[in-house]
Design a protein around this ligand. Structure first.
Ligand SMILES: [Zn+2]
Ligand SMILES: [Zn+2]
Length: 141
């Protein structure tokens, strides 16, 4: 079973994920943009029990603007780690947190809010797929 290790910007927090992600893609929402400082968030969704903090759990801070996303970061360096999505039972350990993970995007979500259109032929969801509580509406590539 594949294991990927990641850490925060300063290295105080270390984590690992095992197995394969449940899904990968890009989120174009305003919240991800505002929090990350980047135009999109490359996400990789894992079952909660596939994610393990191996060092520095005491340095992890959490901020939840909405109940959907508990955004987790290192309190020492401010580096971003992951976002827990309790309603989905999934954790987005950001692709950027896991250098050895080959990020193979399967879809785009919250594309209605994009500032960086990506014409890559992948499905573009206006918000989220229906199985993730969204409208399931699609937008043109
Ligand atoms: Zn740190
Ligand atoms: Zn987002």
């Amino acid at each position: 079973m594949a294991t990927h290790r990641g850490e925060c910007f300063c290295g105080a927090v270390k984590l690992e994920v095992s197995g394969d992600p449940e899904g990968m893609g890009y989120c174009h929402c305003r919240s991800c943009r505002s929090w990350s400082g980047g135009p999109v968030n490359a996400f990789a969704l894992w079952k909660a029990d596939a994610v393990r903090i191996t060092e520095g759990a005491e340095h992890i801070g959490t901020f939840a603007k909405t109940p959907m996303s508990e955004r987790q970061y290192c309190k020492k360096c401010g580096g971003h780690l992951m976002a827990n999505h309790p309603p989905l039972g999934l954790v987005d350990v950001f692709a950027a947190t896991l250098p050895t993970l080959k990020h193979q995007a399967g879809l785009h979500v919250n594309y209605a809010e994009t500032v960086l259109p990506m014409r890559d032929g992948l499905p573009k969801f206006k918000d989220f797929p229906a199985e993730f509580g969204g409208s399931g509406d699609m937008l043109a590539d």
